[in-house]
Design a binder for this molecule. Sequence first.
Ligand code: HEC
Length: 129
Amino acid sequence: MEDPSSSAVNQEENSISLVPTALVVIGIALIAFVLWSLGIFQEDPYIKETLGLQGSPEKGERLFRVNCVGCHGISAKGLLGPDLQEVSESLSQKKIINQVMQGRTPPMPSFQMEPEKMADLLAYLDSLN
Ligand code: HEC
């Protein structure tokens, strides 16, 4: 027969060791919630709309000539900015959209445009390789 007082002690140890586990679970849940509320797991509606559109490479080329050629060169072969010939292979469509929209890498400015125009631009960049 087990001594009843020793089993009470064991139970207490078990419930104490649950506390750190519970804290870790709560911590992970909190981090996940913060990431979720920052929109990390949410699809940006602008990106979603743009990717759902069929862009026209011809219109995209015109947009590119007006806005991008100065830095990325005629036919996107690179000048001050990098060569974009292979960019739709090296970057995801989402990353290209963010690059164009956010202007986080000066001197490249940020461009705000309607999803239709962004889709045209992506179609043009896609047509390059
Ligand atoms: C004032 C100059 C400038 C203009 C205008 C400009 N860019 Fe850029 N762009 C850059 C520079 C510089 C980089 C490199 C930034 C870096 O990697 O830090 C870059 C990077 C990029 C990249 C990422 C390339 C890669 O391989 O990582 C893409 C895509 C891009 N530009 C697209 C465009 C498009 C599309 C336009 C027109 C709507 C445009 N850029 C207009 C200067 C410019």
